[in-house]
Design a binder for this molecule. Sequence first.
Ligand SMILES: NC(=O)c1ccc[n+]([C@@H]2O[C@H](COP(=O)([O-])OP(=O)(O)OC[C@H]3O[C@@H](n4cnc5c(N)ncnc54)[C@H](O)[C@@H]3O)[C@@H](O)[C@H]2O)c1
Length: 253
Amino acid sequence: MTPTPNGRVALVTGASRGIGRAIALGLARDGFDVVVNDIERQREPLEAVVAEIAALGRRGIAAFADVADRAQVQAMVAGAIAETGRIDAVVNNAGILITGTVEELPEQSWDAVMDVNAKGTFLVVQALLPHMRERGYGRIVNIASIGGKHGAPEQAHYSASKAAIMGFTRVLAQEVGPLGITANCVCPGIIVTDMGRTNLEEKAVADRWIANTAMRRLGQPEDVVGPACFLASDAAAFVTGQSLNVCGGIVLS
Ligand SMILES: NC(=O)c1ccc[n+]([C@@H]2O[C@H](COP(=O)([O-])OP(=O)(O)OC[C@H]3O[C@@H](n4cnc5c(N)ncnc54)[C@H](O)[C@@H]3O)[C@@H](O)[C@H]2O)c1
């Protein structure tokens, strides 16, 4: 990866495990100090990620907040800026998946998924923008999903939340481009994590995903790291408003 000038700081939400953890460690390897966020319930694994960042020679800071809660997000961002002096890059990774058909989905499940995935991304970005505007610099990386482009049965609300993130990011890129800030999405395919296993409960289903993937394998969290770190780096200075599929070739566009 492109070496990151010393002292840069990134914020990664939902970083206690899975894709968020892998990206946080990838950013640390690239030279960022990393503020890692998750919900209070994930205290122990999040603190383990902080220790892993320290072992890489960078500073890790745990920041507990529910990204769907405006007051908690505002406090987290203010606290992170007060402690580090700067946030150069944010990776909005926190997300949830609840399955259910459109016909049977409880309204609360729709709201919960939209609140964390779509509103959570908006709230974190909104809280950070004054700081990024002031500095005339920012890298915003939103983790969407190929589910937002294609989707699978029983995930209509999840797909809608990820499509919302992409639409949000396209307009955000136009608003913040003149300020020296880029905004892009990464759209992972089927990645083996706690969430990813929801798509892989039956072997036949996993086999079908593999057969439909050009690379003929499932993704690992590490597969998402390079693309996310690229979009968070200076190397991606002229890339904005894009949604990059990182799916081994399930969606070919
Ligand atoms: N795994 C996949 O196959 C896949 C595919 C496409 C996109 N994604 C997306 O990648 C991101 C990471 O997913 P993952 O597979 O690593 O899932 P995961 O469930 O392993 O990790 C999600 C993390 O987000 C945290 N989180 C959940 N709600 C939160 C909240 N309200 N505030 C703060 N943190 C919260 C969780 O505690 C957890 O640490 C998600 O946005 C997900 O939608 C995953």
